[in-house]
Design a protein around this ligand. Structure first.
Ligand code: ZN
Length: 246
């Protein structure tokens, strides 16, 4: 099965549409949460995900938009955006976001979580040490995570009984990585608000039979996304940062 893995769309419809247009034929779309927040089109993004039958999990911004406790952790700009989203999204969007589970295993080998498997809404898996601490928190060989907006993978250095004493960091280059018996956490990067200095939307293509993951980048109309943020009355820096991928 060929799966498009999308995370941190953040209500950025121009970015999502560019990604969907670039996919070619896929069998499924999985998302890793933060469907909304920051961007101006929560309803449009959720409608698109419903239309294509995407399955996924809840992020901290989805939780905040639905009135959950995540908003207490937000900086002032994120809080303004969460309050804007709460006030402007439709009842259908709220219902969709509220129903998202914290983790999901759509097929037997893969767990999806927004932050980390042990703390799905909040924890950032920023490095191999944190990834290693999370190995006990999921039962599948592989876990797909988002939340940091950085495309990366963390993989055990060894497999079998010697496992779990160290992990390595794999940066996405041009090559796909092959998943093997070593347990691996993969972050596809962010569709709607990349933070690795590259403004192009980031996502991954997973082949669950060949066990390969390839990261992809797609340029999109950042100017339109930025204008919609300004027109919506959201903080201007949320549009500006899209231009720089920060
Ligand atoms: Zn996010």
């Amino acid at each position: 099965m060929i799966v498009a893995v999308l995370s941190d769309i953040h209500a950025n419809l121009p970015a999502l549409d560019a990604v969907l247009a670039s996919l070619g034929t896929v069998d499924a779309v999985w998302h890793l949460g933060d469907v909304v927040g920051y961007g101006a089109e929560p309803d449009g993004v959720v409608e698109r995900l419903r239309d294509i039958g995407a399955v996924g999990v809840k992020g901290n911004h989805d939780d905040a938009a639905c009135g959950g406790p995540s908003i207490a952790e937000f900086n002032p700009t994120a809080r303004i955006a969460a309050e804007w989203t709460r006030a402007h999204m439709s009842p259908d969007t709220r219902e969709y976001l509220t129903a998202l589970p914290p983790t999901l295993a759509p097929v037997p080998d893969f767990t999806l979580a927004h932050g980390s498997p042990r703390d799905p809404i909040f924890e950032y898996v920023l490095d191999a040490a944190i990834a290693r601490e999370n190995l006990g928190a999921f039962q599948t060989p592989y876990c797909l995570i988002g939340h940091t907006h950085y495309p990366v993978a963390f993989r055990e250095r060894h497999s079998g009984r010697a496992a779990r004493f160290s992990m390595e960091t794999l940066d996405p280059g041009g090559e796909a990585i092959r998943l093997d018996q070593r347990r691996t956490l993969v972050n596809p990067g962010s569709v709607g608000q990349p933070r690795d200095g590259n403004p192009a939307a980031s996502y991954a293509i997973l082949d669950t039979d060949a066990l390969t993951v390839a990261w992809r980048r797609v340029a999109y109309d950042v100017g339109t996304a930025r204008r919609r943020i300004v027109d919506a009355g959201l903080p201007r820096q949320l549009g500006r940062r899209l231009e720089f991928g920060e």
